[in-house]
Design a protein around this ligand. Structure first.
Ligand code: ADP
Ligand code: TYD
Length: 202
Protein backbone atom coordinates (compact mmCIF):
# COMPACT_ATOMS: atom_id res chain seq x y z
CA UNK A 1 0.00 0.00 0.00
CA UNK A 2 1.47 3.40 -1.03
CA UNK A 3 1.36 6.59 0.98
CA UNK A 4 -2.07 8.23 1.25
CA UNK A 5 -2.94 11.73 0.10
CA UNK A 6 -3.44 14.84 2.20
CA UNK A 7 -6.31 17.21 1.29
CA UNK A 8 -6.95 20.48 3.13
CA UNK A 9 -10.02 22.76 3.15
CA UNK A 10 -9.49 26.50 3.57
CA UNK A 11 -11.43 29.76 3.40
CA UNK A 12 -12.63 32.62 5.56
CA UNK A 13 -15.30 31.86 8.18
CA UNK A 14 -18.69 31.39 6.53
CA UNK A 15 -17.22 30.53 3.09
CA UNK A 16 -18.78 27.06 3.23
CA UNK A 17 -15.89 24.67 3.96
CA UNK A 18 -17.66 22.61 6.60
CA UNK A 19 -20.67 22.19 4.31
CA UNK A 20 -18.53 20.28 1.78
CA UNK A 21 -16.14 18.23 3.89
CA UNK A 22 -18.39 15.24 4.57
CA UNK A 23 -19.42 15.22 0.89
CA UNK A 24 -15.76 14.90 -0.19
CA UNK A 25 -15.04 12.25 2.47
CA UNK A 26 -18.03 10.20 1.26
CA UNK A 27 -16.87 10.55 -2.35
CA UNK A 28 -13.41 9.28 -1.45
CA UNK A 29 -14.86 6.36 0.52
CA UNK A 30 -17.07 5.49 -2.47
CA UNK A 31 -13.93 5.00 -4.56
CA UNK A 32 -12.40 2.73 -1.93
CA UNK A 33 -10.18 5.07 0.09
CA UNK A 34 -9.81 4.85 3.84
CA UNK A 35 -10.42 8.41 4.99
CA UNK A 36 -9.40 10.18 8.18
CA UNK A 37 -11.42 13.38 8.59
CA UNK A 38 -9.89 15.85 11.01
CA UNK A 39 -9.57 19.57 11.79
CA UNK A 40 -7.34 22.39 13.00
CA UNK A 41 -6.89 23.75 15.49
CA UNK A 42 -7.70 20.37 17.04
CA UNK A 43 -7.59 16.80 15.80
CA UNK A 44 -6.03 15.39 18.99
CA UNK A 45 -7.05 15.55 22.65
CA UNK A 46 -4.39 18.16 23.38
CA UNK A 47 -5.18 20.04 20.16
CA UNK A 48 -8.87 20.24 21.05
CA UNK A 49 -7.94 21.67 24.48
CA UNK A 50 -5.76 24.28 22.74
CA UNK A 51 -8.64 24.99 20.32
CA UNK A 52 -10.85 25.97 23.28
CA UNK A 53 -8.25 28.53 24.37
CA UNK A 54 -7.57 29.78 20.85
CA UNK A 55 -11.22 30.32 19.95
CA UNK A 56 -12.29 31.95 23.21
CA UNK A 57 -9.34 33.70 24.93
CA UNK A 58 -7.70 36.98 23.97
CA UNK A 59 -3.90 36.63 23.61
CA UNK A 60 -0.83 38.18 21.97
CA UNK A 61 -0.84 37.50 18.24
CA UNK A 62 2.43 35.57 18.41
CA UNK A 63 1.14 33.45 21.30
CA UNK A 64 -1.82 32.64 19.05
CA UNK A 65 0.48 31.61 16.18
CA UNK A 66 2.69 29.51 18.48
CA UNK A 67 -0.31 27.68 19.95
CA UNK A 68 -1.67 27.02 16.44
CA UNK A 69 1.66 25.45 15.50
CA UNK A 70 1.94 23.57 18.82
CA UNK A 71 -1.48 21.98 18.18
CA UNK A 72 -0.35 21.27 14.58
CA UNK A 73 2.88 19.57 15.73
CA UNK A 74 0.84 17.16 17.84
CA UNK A 75 -1.72 16.65 15.06
CA UNK A 76 0.98 15.75 12.53
CA UNK A 77 2.74 13.36 14.93
CA UNK A 78 -0.35 11.60 16.25
CA UNK A 79 -2.81 11.67 13.36
CA UNK A 80 -1.64 12.96 9.97
CA UNK A 81 1.71 11.21 9.47
CA UNK A 82 0.62 7.78 10.81
CA UNK A 83 -2.52 7.87 8.61
CA UNK A 84 -0.61 8.84 5.44
CA UNK A 85 2.06 6.22 6.20
CA UNK A 86 -0.53 3.43 6.39
CA UNK A 87 -2.06 4.54 3.08
CA UNK A 88 -5.14 6.39 4.40
CA UNK A 89 -6.28 9.69 2.92
CA UNK A 90 -6.39 12.61 5.34
CA UNK A 91 -8.95 15.38 4.90
CA UNK A 92 -8.32 18.32 7.22
CA UNK A 93 -10.60 21.28 7.89
CA UNK A 94 -7.73 23.86 7.78
CA UNK A 95 -3.93 23.54 8.05
CA UNK A 96 -0.92 25.90 7.81
CA UNK A 97 -2.39 28.12 5.06
CA UNK A 98 -4.89 29.24 7.74
CA UNK A 99 -2.02 30.46 9.96
CA UNK A 100 -0.63 32.53 7.06
CA UNK A 101 -4.11 33.87 6.24
CA UNK A 102 -5.38 34.60 9.79
CA UNK A 103 -2.27 35.31 11.88
CA UNK A 104 -0.28 36.70 8.93
CA UNK A 105 -2.98 38.41 6.86
CA UNK A 106 -5.74 39.11 9.41
CA UNK A 107 -3.57 39.95 12.43
CA UNK A 108 -0.56 41.26 10.51
CA UNK A 109 2.09 38.95 11.97
CA UNK A 110 5.43 38.98 10.13
CA UNK A 111 5.15 36.29 7.43
CA UNK A 112 8.87 35.47 7.81
CA UNK A 113 8.23 34.29 11.38
CA UNK A 114 5.43 32.07 10.09
CA UNK A 115 7.82 30.68 7.45
CA UNK A 116 10.20 29.75 10.28
CA UNK A 117 7.44 27.97 12.21
CA UNK A 118 6.32 26.11 9.09
CA UNK A 119 9.91 25.00 8.38
CA UNK A 120 10.29 23.88 11.98
CA UNK A 121 7.01 22.00 12.39
CA UNK A 122 6.66 20.40 8.94
CA UNK A 123 9.77 20.95 6.80
CA UNK A 124 8.72 18.42 4.15
CA UNK A 125 4.99 17.77 4.61
CA UNK A 126 2.59 19.76 2.38
CA UNK A 127 -1.00 19.04 1.33
CA UNK A 128 -1.37 17.26 -2.03
CA UNK A 129 -4.50 19.32 -2.68
CA UNK A 130 -5.85 22.46 -1.00
CA UNK A 131 -9.43 23.50 -1.74
CA UNK A 132 -9.84 27.23 -1.11
CA UNK A 133 -13.52 28.17 -0.72
CA UNK A 134 -13.66 31.78 -1.79
CA UNK A 135 -16.50 34.26 -1.31
CA UNK A 136 -16.78 38.04 -0.93
CA UNK A 137 -16.80 39.14 2.72
CA UNK A 138 -20.43 40.24 2.70
CA UNK A 139 -21.59 36.80 1.56
CA UNK A 140 -19.56 35.05 4.26
CA UNK A 141 -20.81 37.47 6.92
CA UNK A 142 -24.46 37.03 5.94
CA UNK A 143 -24.10 33.24 6.06
CA UNK A 144 -22.43 33.37 9.49
CA UNK A 145 -25.00 35.74 10.95
CA UNK A 146 -27.78 33.43 9.79
CA UNK A 147 -26.21 30.26 11.12
CA UNK A 148 -24.47 30.34 14.50
CA UNK A 149 -23.04 31.95 17.65
CA UNK A 150 -19.76 33.57 16.71
CA UNK A 151 -16.35 32.65 18.20
CA UNK A 152 -13.40 35.03 18.74
CA UNK A 153 -12.28 34.98 15.09
CA UNK A 154 -15.78 35.15 13.64
CA UNK A 155 -16.43 38.35 15.64
CA UNK A 156 -13.58 40.17 13.86
CA UNK A 157 -14.37 43.15 11.64
CA UNK A 158 -14.54 43.30 7.84
CA UNK A 159 -10.95 44.61 7.53
CA UNK A 160 -9.62 41.50 9.28
CA UNK A 161 -11.43 39.18 6.87
CA UNK A 162 -10.45 41.27 3.84
CA UNK A 163 -6.77 40.83 4.79
CA UNK A 164 -7.32 37.14 5.60
CA UNK A 165 -8.97 36.48 2.24
CA UNK A 166 -6.25 38.41 0.41
CA UNK A 167 -3.52 36.35 2.06
CA UNK A 168 -5.33 33.11 1.15
CA UNK A 169 -5.42 34.28 -2.48
CA UNK A 170 -1.68 35.13 -2.29
CA UNK A 171 -0.92 31.62 -1.04
CA UNK A 172 -2.99 30.17 -3.89
CA UNK A 173 -0.91 32.21 -6.38
CA UNK A 174 2.31 31.16 -4.70
CA UNK A 175 1.44 27.42 -4.77
CA UNK A 176 -0.72 26.92 -7.88
CA UNK A 177 0.10 23.21 -8.18
CA UNK A 178 -1.72 22.25 -4.99
CA UNK A 179 -4.41 24.97 -4.71
CA UNK A 180 -7.85 24.93 -6.34
CA UNK A 181 -10.01 28.02 -5.79
CA UNK A 182 -13.68 27.11 -5.47
CA UNK A 183 -16.13 29.95 -6.21
CA UNK A 184 -18.32 29.44 -3.16
CA UNK A 185 -20.97 32.01 -4.12
CA UNK A 186 -22.61 29.31 -6.28
CA UNK A 187 -25.21 26.82 -5.06
CA UNK A 188 -24.18 23.85 -2.92
CA UNK A 189 -25.34 21.46 -5.70
CA UNK A 190 -23.13 23.11 -8.33
CA UNK A 191 -20.12 23.13 -6.00
CA UNK A 192 -20.69 19.41 -5.32
CA UNK A 193 -20.53 18.74 -9.08
CA UNK A 194 -17.21 20.59 -9.34
CA UNK A 195 -15.84 18.69 -6.34
CA UNK A 196 -16.88 15.38 -7.95
CA UNK A 197 -14.93 16.29 -11.09
CA UNK A 198 -11.91 17.43 -9.09
CA UNK A 199 -11.81 14.30 -6.95
CA UNK A 200 -12.14 12.04 -9.99
CA UNK A 201 -8.90 13.50 -11.36
CA UNK A 202 -6.65 12.89 -8.32
P1 ADP B 1 -17.33 27.52 7.07
O1 ADP B 1 -17.10 26.11 7.54
O2 ADP B 1 -16.52 27.87 5.87
O3 ADP B 1 -17.21 28.54 8.17
P2 ADP B 1 -20.06 26.63 6.72
O4 ADP B 1 -19.89 25.45 5.82
O5 ADP B 1 -20.33 26.37 8.17
O6 ADP B 1 -18.83 27.64 6.56
O7 ADP B 1 -21.22 27.54 6.08
C1 ADP B 1 -21.76 28.67 6.76
C2 ADP B 1 -23.27 28.74 6.47
O8 ADP B 1 -23.46 29.00 5.08
C3 ADP B 1 -24.03 27.46 6.76
O9 ADP B 1 -25.29 27.80 7.32
C4 ADP B 1 -24.21 26.81 5.40
O10 ADP B 1 -25.38 26.04 5.32
C5 ADP B 1 -24.29 28.03 4.48
N1 ADP B 1 -23.72 27.73 3.15
C6 ADP B 1 -22.57 27.10 2.88
N2 ADP B 1 -22.34 27.03 1.55
C7 ADP B 1 -23.39 27.64 0.96
C8 ADP B 1 -23.76 27.92 -0.42
N3 ADP B 1 -22.96 27.53 -1.44
N4 ADP B 1 -24.90 28.55 -0.65
C9 ADP B 1 -25.68 28.96 0.37
N5 ADP B 1 -25.42 28.75 1.69
C10 ADP B 1 -24.29 28.11 1.98
P1 TYD C 1 -13.03 26.55 12.04
O1 TYD C 1 -12.89 25.15 12.50
O2 TYD C 1 -13.14 26.80 10.60
O3 TYD C 1 -14.24 27.22 12.79
P2 TYD C 1 -15.76 26.71 12.76
O4 TYD C 1 -15.81 25.35 13.40
O5 TYD C 1 -16.43 27.77 13.57
O6 TYD C 1 -16.15 26.66 11.30
O7 TYD C 1 -11.73 27.37 12.52
C1 TYD C 1 -11.56 27.88 13.76
C2 TYD C 1 -10.94 29.26 13.67
O8 TYD C 1 -9.53 29.18 13.85
C3 TYD C 1 -11.18 29.96 12.35
O9 TYD C 1 -11.78 31.22 12.62
C4 TYD C 1 -9.80 30.20 11.78
C5 TYD C 1 -8.88 30.07 12.98
N1 TYD C 1 -7.53 29.57 12.65
C6 TYD C 1 -6.44 30.44 12.70
O10 TYD C 1 -6.60 31.63 13.00
N2 TYD C 1 -5.19 29.97 12.44
C7 TYD C 1 -4.95 28.65 12.12
O11 TYD C 1 -3.78 28.25 11.88
C8 TYD C 1 -6.08 27.77 12.09
C9 TYD C 1 -5.87 26.32 11.77
C10 TYD C 1 -7.35 28.26 12.37
Amino acid sequence: MGRGKFITFEGIDGAGKSTHISFVCDLLRSIGKNVVSTREPGGTELGEALRELLLHRAMHLETEALLMFAARREHIAQVIEPALARGDWVVSDRFTDASFAYQGGGRGMDLKKLDVLEQWVHPTLQPDLTLLFDVPLEVARARLDASRNLDKFEQEKAGFFAATREQYLCRAQQYPARFRIIDSTRSIAIIHKELETLISTI
